[in-house]
Design a protein around this ligand. Structure first.
Ligand code: MCU
Length: 412
């Protein structure tokens, strides 16, 4: 394909690449058929999942089940969401284990220690809680590796040492960390999934520790870059999280695999599925067989974001770093917003994509966007969260018709 011009890449670099045949799902399927902790009880009466993968070079339709049935109601969406959760675990993230047999916690000063036990094994990890002045219970943001966005007033920060739960020390660090001590080093979860499990245990602990003085109905999660990928996965997997704020998360986060591949075909040095699985252990080994045929995946990351709906999602991004796939993030997340549109809450999900700053350096020009989402979703105030903006000249050229071949229903 002619796919050369950087400035014009959206018109040059159409969907494509990869085989058009179907692919065989993994033979050993460790994925449970029930939805997991934090997502509430599994919806009933849902269509059976169809795992015969069909190649699709565009972004898969959020509103059609793998069975072919259409999503027309909000109840259908609950089923479709459960299906998408299963698909992500099966092909990319690995199994997200349910709440372990026992989760206990103790608070000492600002340190919350959490012990999780399952099948005779147990692990303990701790988080530090920094509370604002005033009277709680406070809203809180769980920050992977500490805050990389400005701490909003009146909001507690819970610092999560995600690397302690699952290592991310390059391709050789698979199976290391406390999650794997508990579940075994051969567990299918990638680091992003293991960290999300850790976030779920933090929320369990906060729920059972009123003296921590945190309002568990008002929990946000954030992280930047690799930790931004983690924050997005946590928001997708645990529906107790009210606001998800991935920052500059790139491929494996807010980018779509298919669009990132098209960018690379267009000569842009950007991270793709093929590269990411060698660089680090963020994803399940189950994903490896799909990285050269992402068109066979029954999802892309617009559907990872869609798992967050109708809860709050603010994608904070940077247009200046090609490696992060800014065009991919923009097209992917504009498309994800259609799920919030269908649910009647389009302004529950925003994208703020601004360049000319270092990686993970939050520019003051995005402060208003952040404040609006925090005010609405963590403080319960009314705020204008209609945020869908980019300063990327290439990005506004996203040709939706190249990537989206479905329409958006209004779900009743
Ligand atoms: C955007 O996140 C990652 C990226 O996926 C990696 O390829 C790169 O090595 O590191 C980024 C990061 O985490 O930077 C702090």
């Amino acid at each position: 394909a002619t796919c050369q011009k950087l400035n014009d890449w959206y018109s040059q670099c159409l969907p494509g690449g990869g085989p058009t045949t179907t692919s065989v799902p993994p033979t050993s399927d460790p994925v449970p058929t029930t939805t997991t902790t934090g997502t509430g009880p599994a919806p009933t009466g849902c269509p059976a999942i169809n795992t015969n993968l069909a190649a699709n070079s565009k972004l898969p339709d959020p509103f059609t089940f793998t069975s072919g049935a259409r999503v027309t109601t909000k109840a259908d969406w609950a089923c479709r969401r459960a299906e998408i959760l299963q698909l992500f675990q099966r092909y990319e993230l690995g199994t997200f284990p349910p709440k372990p047999q026992s989760v206990t916690s103790s608070l000492s000063g600002n340190t919350l220690s959490i012990t999780a036990s399952e099948a005779g094994k147990s692990i303990t990890f701790s988080v530090s809680i920094s509370r604002p002045s005033g009277t709680g219970p406070f809203p809180a943001i769980i920050a992977y590796g500490g805050m990389s966005i400005p701490t909003p007033s009146g909001v507690a920060v819970i610092t999560f040492n995600n690397n302690d739960i699952a290592a991310q020390d390059g391709g050789g660090s698979r199976g290391q960390g406390k999650f794997f001590t508990l579940y075994g080093s051969g567990h299918s979860a990638g680091a992003l999934t293991a960290w999300a499990w850790g976030v779920s245990r933090i929320i369990d602990a906060l729920e059972q520790t009123p003296s921590a003085n945190i309002n568990t109905q008002r929990i946000g999660v954030t992280g930047c870059s690799r930790n931004g990928k983690g924050a997005l996965v946590a928001g997708a997997l645990d529906s107790r999280i009210a606001l998800t704020i991935p920052q500059e998360s790139g491929s494996g986060g807010a980018g779509c695999w298919r669009i990132s591949d098209a960018m690379l075909r267009g000569g842009i040095n950007t991270q793709t599925a093929s590269q990411i699985v060698g660089e680090n252990v963020w994803l399940s080994p189950l994903f490896n067989q799909y990285t050269n045929q992402v068109n066979n995946l029954p999802f892309d990351h617009h559907l990872l974001s869609a798992l967050v709906a109708p809860r709050g999602l603010l994608v904070i991004d940077n247009t200046s770093i090609d490696w992060l796939g800014p065009q991919s993030v923009w097209g992917c997340q504009k498309t994800a917003n259609k799920v919030w549109q269908a649910l009647g809450v389009a302004d529950g999900m925003g994208v703020s994509q601004i360049g000319n700053h270092n990686h993970c350096a939050f520019p003051s020009s995005q402060q208003g966007d952040l404040d609006a989402f925090v005010n609405k979703f963590l403080k319960g105030q009314s705020a204008n969260t209609n945020v869908m903006r980019t300063d990327g000249a290439n990005n506004v050229g996203f040709v939706e018709a190249n990537w989206v071949s479905w329409t958006v229903p209004t779900l009743s």
